[in-house]
Design a protein around this ligand. Structure first.
Ligand code: 9D3
Length: 248
């Protein structure tokens, strides 16, 4: 068997892992040894009697800061060739291109923050890559770590079926999904759009494409602009897409 993709998570709440990652697609891949997950308690690397991991900020202010010596010891215990990522509200946004890059490597070491954050010197000394998962405030880095892992694991070889994998590189990358329908053909007085019942495959493809474009335009003007410019429309997949000469 090929070497697994290895994830180590440094956290004050190791018991919340694997959580949802133990179920479904990621959980089955974990059982099959496609990836591994080791959650380490940062408190285990504290050296004083009270197992202290944080302290008050130099310069004053609210909250506590995680100590660099404790975090460095925790990172030293797991560090290897894998990139070390610090999940933090001030990080660069997580993108599908970054997820693909991480999934293509040996794995990740994830540091979950609590309190106001971590001492800046350990970020610099360990070359931590700071990543955020969106502009809303959570109470810690554990859920963001699970989000990042879920996004990476589904891309590992053998995790998804061929049909689902093909979806990634489809022409529709960069557009949001069209509406889906199944039986019954009429439900609570609502009819499925007639074209979908017509068996006219070209007309169905055209309708779905128009719906995708409308939904993208209405909900995600920035995705629509990138798609339309046709320069690098693959904002979603991060994959290069050929520019069509003379395209509008
Ligand atoms: C007072 C400034 N706050 C920053 C907005 C402090 C603060 C709030 C929340 C520090 C840490 C947290 C906990 N959040 C994360 O650790 C976190 C996070 C998030 O809250 N939103 C989106 N992505 C991420 S990645 C880690």
């Amino acid at each position: 068997m090929t070497a697994p993709w290895n994830a180590s998570v440094l956290t004050l709440f190791p018991e919340v892992f694997p959580g949802p990652l133990g179920q479904s697609l990621a959980g089955r891949a974990l059982e099959r040894g496609i990836w591994s997950l080791a959650a380490e308690n940062i408190r285990g690397f504290a050296t004083d009697r009270h197992r202290t991991v944080d302290d008050t900020p130099f310069g004053g202010g609210a909250g506590m800061v995680m100590r660099p010596d404790v975090l460095d010891a925790a990172l030293a215990a797991v560090a290897d060739a894998r990139p070390c990522i610090y999940l933090t509200p001030r990080g660069v946004p997580l993108t599908q291109a970054r997820v693909r890059e991480l999934a293509d490597g040996p794995g990740v070491v994830l540091l979950c923050g609590r309190y106001e954050g971590v001492d800046q010197r350990v970020i610099e000394a360990r070359g931590l890559v700071e990543i955020n998962i969106g502009d809303y405030v959570l109470s810690g880095g554990e859920l963001p770590a699970m989000v990042l892992l879920d996004a990476c694991v589904r891309l590992l070889p053998g995790v998804m079926g061929a049909a689902e994998s093909a979806d990634e590189e489809s022409f529709a990358a960069g557009l949001l999904e069209y509406p889906h329908y199944t039986r019954p053909a009429e439900w609570q007085g609502r009819r499925v759009p007639e074209v979908l019942l017509s068996g006219h495959h070209a007309a169905i493809a055209t309708w779905r494409r128009q719906q995708s474009e409308r939904i993208t335009r209405e909900r995600r003007p920035e995705l629509w602009a990138a798609h339309q410019s046709a320069l690098r429309p693959a904002v979603i997949s991060g994959a290069p897409v050929a520019t069509v000469p003379g395209a509008p």
